[in-house]
Design a protein around this ligand. Structure first.
Ligand SMILES: NC(=O)c1ccc[n+]([C@@H]2O[C@H](COP(=O)([O-])OP(=O)(O)OC[C@H]3O[C@@H](n4cnc5c(N)ncnc54)[C@H](OP(=O)(O)O)[C@@H]3O)[C@@H](O)[C@H]2O)c1
Length: 237
């Protein structure tokens, strides 16, 4: 729970024009792009948000590792994610996996931070716990990037289709699968060679198991189903 001092600090930080303190957890494929956007689009984001966004720290596994492509002060990198989440208004979690991501998100919320996460595995595994924690701590939890973020689809389901009875959601939700199926269908190429091509082009990871075995799609399907069922008048939860 937040102390009174922490609650006051939180309120003061949200006064009009005060910087919004942003903590970034993870600086890999997604996190490095987020950090770059926060820096390069700072003025535009400030105009849209109504206050400047101040990047207060970036938690990574190896803080001393050179990251020349990320245009931030190297002193912002830290291995102490537990401490970092206690001094932010918004925490962006792009570490991935279940732990320590889950504990860090819970701790951030308990300290009054709203959370943005791209973590489909965690949301599929334990979404209700995170939704309940957001409610209990009166903060926001957004995770559009976890499922087809470029479309986007989660917010339209939650807001635009709120009065609809969603019976089925159909689509290819995994980019690697999309590339492989399209290539096999349009050229007659074999599965193994097409996966190799996807890896060479950077679409598939060095270990493509989560993509080609369907784990990534299953996690996204679970999130889509849980969000869609809350639109359905016949749903219980
Ligand atoms: N890649 C995509 O295209 C994509 C698309 C949509 C959603 N996502 C989701 O976004 C999330 C991140 O994916 P990614 O591809 O960016 O992962 P990634 O490249 O493996 O990066 C993970 C980052 O987390 C840091 N990290 C790992 N364990 C940590 C720990 N215990 N404490 C602090 N930092 C830690 C790593 O630090 P180091 O740099 O020091 O190793 C690294 O910076 C995942 O949930 C993924 O499912 C990814």
């Amino acid at each position: 729970m937040r102390t009174e001092t922490e609650e006051m600090a939180r309120t003061m930080a949200r006064e009009p024009g005060a910087p919004v303190r942003v903590a970034l957890l993870g600086c890999g494929v997604v996190g490095s792009a987020v950090a770059t956007k926060l820096v390069e689009n700072g003025d535009d984001l400030a105009a849209r948000v109504g206050a400047p966004l101040e990047l207060v720290g970036i938690a990574v596994r190896r803080p001393g590792r050179p990251r020349p492509d990320v245009p931030v002060d190297p002193s912002l990198f830290t291995a102490d994610a537990d401490e970092l989440v206690t001094r932010a208004d918004v925490v962006i979690e792009v570490i991935g996996g279940i732990d320590p991501a889950r504990g860090l998100i819970m701790r951030a919320m308990e300290h009054g931070a709203s959370v943005v996460s791209a973590n489909k595995a965690l949301l599929a595994e334990d979404g209700p716990t995170l939704y309940a924690a957001a409610d209990a701590n009166d903060v926001d939890l957004y995770y559009e990037a976890a499922v087809a973020g470029a479309i986007p689809i989660l917010r339209p389901i939650r807001e635009s289709l709120a009065g609809d009875d969603v019976r089925r959601v159909l689509g290819i939700v995994n980019g690697t699968t999309n590339f492989v199926l399209d290539k096999m269908d349009s050229t007659g190429a074999g599965f193994a060679e097409t996966v190799e091509e996807a890896q060479a082009l950077g679409y598939a990871e060095a270990d493509p198991t989560a993509d080609v075995e369907g784990f990534d799609a299953a996690a996204k399907a679970a999130i889509l189903a849980s969000r869609s069922s809350s639109c359905s008048p016949s749903a219980s939860g």
